[in-house]
Design a protein around this ligand. Structure first.
Ligand SMILES: [Zn+2]
Length: 148
């Protein structure tokens, strides 16, 4: 299993934070690569453990486990980290959250807020055309295919 973010995802993560900053939005990356055991622990939240359900993916079933996903939040002007999709800190009439999503999609990420069933609004992933099943069988994205 990969033990870090895929280099292309890592590069785009930095690019996302930079481009958002140019728009006056402070993006906080709250999660990136996750080990299988970390994923299993997260899966128990809202099930055998307290809290609300945050994932439907068990260990090995999340793009985070393959270093292909990140989660984000926004830091407000007064230094709070928020998951407020209506916050418009740069006062341009568009929610900062959706501005970040738009930049992310330009960079090639897909957004968890577009998922049909469980919507995961902080979640961004790059699947490189690979399904979780293919990743579970050991297929991995080729870095060279995505070199700029
Ligand atoms: Zn996520």
């Amino acid at each position: 299993m990969p033990e870090a973010l895929h280099p292309v995802v890592q590069e785009n993560k930095v690019e996302l934070v930079d481009r958002a900053a140019e728009k006056g939005i402070a993006v906080v990356i709250t999660d990136g690569h996750r080990s299988v055991s970390e994923q299993d622990m997260l899966y128990e939240q809202g099930r055998s453990e307290e809290g609300s359900i945050v994932t439907y993916a068990e260990g090995g079933e999340s793009y985070h486990n393959y270093g292909l996903a990140i989660d984000f939040a926004i830091e407000t002007k007064d230094g709070r980290v928020v998951w407020d999709m209506n916050y418009d800190g740069n006062n341009n009439g568009t929610s900062d959250w959706m501005e970040v999503v738009e930049v992310a999609e330009d960079l090639g990420f897909t957004w968890g807020g577009d998922w049909k069933n469980f919507k995961d609004y902080p979640h961004l992933q790059m699947d490189f055309g690979l399904t979780i099943r293919e990743l579970q069988y050991g297929k991995r994205p080729e870095v060279e295919d995505y070199a700029k």
